[in-house]
Design a protein around this ligand. Structure first.
Ligand code: FES
Ligand code: FES
Length: 244
């Protein structure tokens, strides 16, 4: 057989190999194509034009009776907005996880952990922080009661305790019951609010200095009761410890 001359069957084998390579190339090219088709069927969610999830956004919050405009990312908590952007450092960051209550503020009169809510969610609402309770030099009655009853030691939890106490009183006035209310059909009145009710209703606010006797006494005074003097409360506590 002369050089360059095909053996019998050579032509069909070449044709077969050529077809196989073409098929393999096509198979390798297909996945991206399929991806493109699939992607067009299920497009990734894209932020809408002007959506607040793109970068920072400017919002105006109503805080302590005044409009406050701030530019922030939507992921910023109300607590960080208050403390880091607006200079309202009265609300404290204890845990940043909704466990201590140090960051408690009032939103539309309800107590809220400001570390657990986003600032952008509060547009159009009425926010009151500890800085907004006093009227000029005149303390809010609950603030005064905390001072008069030694309701604090280091004071770190105190802004949250006071905001929570203000909300507690409003809740009782609205007829809210708690898990220790003896008869759920008979919400307690402020003047008859028991110590157990006060402790339960403030159980979301921790005090690492354990100034609880003074805190309870401050709330008792705020609701028009006669609290035991701090010294008397300490003696009661000590005698209870001795008995235990
Ligand atoms: S800082 Fe918000 S609950 Fe502790
Ligand atoms: S007074 Fe110190 S944490 Fe409450």
């Amino acid at each position: 057989m002369q050089q360059g001359q095909e053996k019998p069957g050579e032509s069909s084998r070449r044709r077969f190999l050529g077809q196989a390579l073409t098929a393999a190339s096509a198979a390798m090219a297909t996945p991206p194509l399929l991806h493109a088709v699939e992607a067009s069927k299920h497009p990734e969610p894209q932020p809408a034009e002007g959506s607040p999830i793109q970068g920072e956004t400017q919002i105006t919050l109503q805080i302590n009776g005044e409009p406050r405009t701030v530019t922030l990312e939507p992921r910023v908590t109300l607590l960080d907005a208050l403390r880091e952007r607006l200079g309202l450092t009265g609300s404290k960051k204890g845990c940043d996880h909704g466990q201590c209550g140090a960051c408690t503020v009032l939103i539309d009169g309800e107590r809220v952990y400001s570390c657990l809510t986003l600032a952008v969610m509060q547009v159009g609402k009425d926010i009151t922080t500890i800085e907004g309770l006093a009227r000029g030099d005149e303390l809010h009655p609950v603030q005064a009661a905390f001072i008069q009853n030694d309701g604090f030691q280091c004071g770190y939890c105190t802004p949250g305790q006071i905001c929570a106490s203000v909300a507690l009183m409003a809740e009782v006035k609205r007829g809210c019951v708690s898990v220790v209310t003896p008869d759920l059909n008979q919400p307690p009145q402020l003047a008859e609010l028991s110590e157990a009710e006060i402790k339960e209703r403030l159980s979301g606010n921790l005090c690492r200095c354990s100034a609880y006797n003074g805190i309870v006494a401050a709330v008792q005074q705020s609701v028009g009761q006669s609290p035991p003097s701090p010294a008397a409360a300490i003696m009661v506590n000590q005698s209870e410890e001795v008995r235990a």
